[in-house]
Ligand binder design. Structure first.
Ligand SMILES: O=C(O)CCC(=O)C(=O)O
Ligand SMILES: [Fe+2]
Length: 281
């Protein structure tokens, strides 16, 4: 999968304490500057505008539309105030174009830079919202909604990274994304379910198709509605987590999906690790 040039890069070398042999070091060429990684760590997001060139955008749209034609039915579109739209999951099992995102360096290397060298793909899902359907928005939410209060001494905060890949513009008619920068660090701050209000500290992102928002999964965010004046709005959500974390429980994994077929054929250890095989302690 081609992408826009990313010239600000740096090399990251991990010594694995307690590792041995081929597991003693890992090197990552990070497709971001150190300052950008610092921004992702402290602000919880990194913007990559127009990351996908037009021809790749077209291929991703075609793949998305093929899955939609195959499985989306009107009754699958959510119309409640909390999460409106259609939410397909396990997309890498359903269309070969999506498999090209497995080793996509602009997002994978950034995920490794903040999560450490052992990551896998927890899920490639999507959200499609439709003009003319009610409530094609989301309320303010975070994705790993399991933070206890009080925090036990050895509680592991669920750090994961979501890459929001917009296949359509997010203008005012189709619905911008709003985020609260830095809110992933307020681990015990809460926003009531169903809140759709504008926040003074919010950053509202109106992005061109092909743009990507790399964010901590627990940054507070919401999508504005896709209005009747807007157009169908397609968003891929590529989620990375540590290899030891249970993979996403959302959706039903298809029998004999494309990932299983790839795993049966490939002996590339990196692909296997990214698809959830290996990379454990
Ligand atoms: O549609 C968007 O811009 C964001 C969607 C979202 O937050 C989600 O599906 O979890
Ligand atoms: Fe979300």
């Amino acid at each position: 999968m081609q992408h826009a040039a990313i010239t600000g890069r740096h090399a990251l070398h991990f010594d694995i304490v307690g590792g041995s042999g081929e597991h003693s070091t890992r090197d990552v060429e990070v497709y971001a500057t150190r300052e950008e990684i610092e921004q992702l760590a402290t602000q919880g997001y990194l913007l990559r505008e127009r990351l996908f060139p037009q021809e790749e955008l077209e291929r991703l749209r075609e793949a998305m539309d093929a899955v939609e034609a195959d499985e989306a039915r009107s009754e699958h579109i959510a119309r409640g105030v909390h999460f409106g739209g259609w939410f397909p999951r396990h997309l890498m099992d359903k269309h070969p174009t999506f498999l090209e995102l497995i080793k996509f360096p602009p997002t994978l290397s950034v995920a490794r830079a903040v999560l450490g060298p052992y990551v896998n793909i927890r899920q490639l899902g999507a959200r499609v919202s439709y003009p003319g359907e009610p409530n094609q928005q989301t309320h303010w939410h975070i994705h790993r909604r399991h933070v206890p209060e009080p925090s036990p001494a050895f509680y592991v905060y669920p750090h994961t990274i979501d890459c929001l890949i917009y296949l359509d513009d997010t203008d005012d008619a189709s619905g911008p994304l709003a985020i609260l920068p830095g809110s992933h660090l307020g681990t015990h701050d809460d926003i009531a379910s169903g809140d759709l209000s504008e926040k003074p500290e919010q950053l509202t992102l109106r992005l061109a198709a092909g743009s990507c928002v790399v964010m901590h999964s627990n940054i507070w965010h919401r999508a504005y509605p896709t209005t009747p004046q807007g157009r169908k709005r397609r968003l891929l959500i590529l989620c990375y987590g540590p290899t030891w974390m249970r993979r996403s429980a959302f959706g039903v994994k298809p029998e004999d999906g494309l990932r299983d077929r790839l795993l049966a054929e490939t002996d590339d250890p990196e692909v296997r690790e990214l698809l959830g095989v290996g990379g454990y302690q």
